[in-house]
Design a binder for this molecule. Structure first.
Ligand code: SF4
Length: 218
């Protein structure tokens, strides 16, 4: 049996420590796309407040798409950067409609994975993380989103070259793990980053990965 990759060893240890991860109930893909755009540069609470306000203010995604830009900006203000995110959301919704004839993303399930990821990323403001979130968590197609926690933790663990940027880290880390592990690996690495491997002061003495981490503090 081949030796597990360092990333797989990390995943296995986190799975033993935290157990299988469970995210929220999956959202429909357009909802997930909008929610993920709202999440950029803010926390989950503010993202959800903005998302819920948008759903209350507009009866459908078509109504958001065609709505008054100022009303969209006002609805999503809790997420921050509302003047950027509002037009970005409306433009993406308009472009999806223009290309597909209607506002839906379920067709992505039937495309080859790489093609679907690339299609999502041709929209302004949709990068590899957002595309991977929609694919993995809404459409159930394996993809490994690399957020700020996973990027930091994977660097400290030596799972990627130190100078590699976050965009390139997506494909690099995916290649080191079996696709069926992406869901748990993503969520457990984020949990480790939030609870233990903090940006400023990692708590290495209590970290479940301390025995295999080259970046641990003495
Ligand atoms: S040992 Fe320290 S640096 Fe390494 S993953 Fe754990 S908390 Fe982060």
């Amino acid at each position: 049996m081949p030796e597990p990759t360092p990333a797989l060893r990390v995943h296995q240890r986190l799975l033993a420590h935290y157990g299988p991860a469970l995210w929220r109930t999956p959202l429909p893909p357009v909802d997930e796309l909008v929610s993920t755009i709202l999440s950029q540069n803010t926390n989950d609470v503010n993202r959800d407040r903005a998302f819920n306000r948008l759903k209350v203010a507009f009866a459908s995604w078509e109504a958001v798409r065609d709505g008054d830009p100022a009303a969209v900006v006002e609805a999503i203000r809790p997420a921050g950067l509302a003047n950027q995110k509002g037009p970005r959301i409306q433009t993406v919704l308009q472009q999806i409609t223009a290309e597909r004839g209607r506002l839906e993303l379920d067709f992505l399930k039937d495309l080859p994975r790489e093609e679907a990821l690339a299609w999502l990323q041709h929209f302004n403001g949709v990068g590899p993380k957002t595309a991977a979130i929609v694919m993995q968590f809404s459409l159930g197609v394996p993809a490994l989103p690399v957020d700020t926690h996973i990027y930091r933790v994977s660097g400290r663990l030596g799972l990627r070259p130190p100078e590699m940027n976050v965009e390139a880290a997506h494909k690099y880390l995916e290649a080191q793990l079996p696709p069926e592990t992406y869901y748990d690996a993503h969520l457990n690495l984020i949990r480790l980053g939030r609870e233990v491997c903090h940006a400023r002061k990692p708590e290495c003495p209590v970290c479940p990965l301390r025995e295999i981490c080259p970046g641990r503090a003495a």
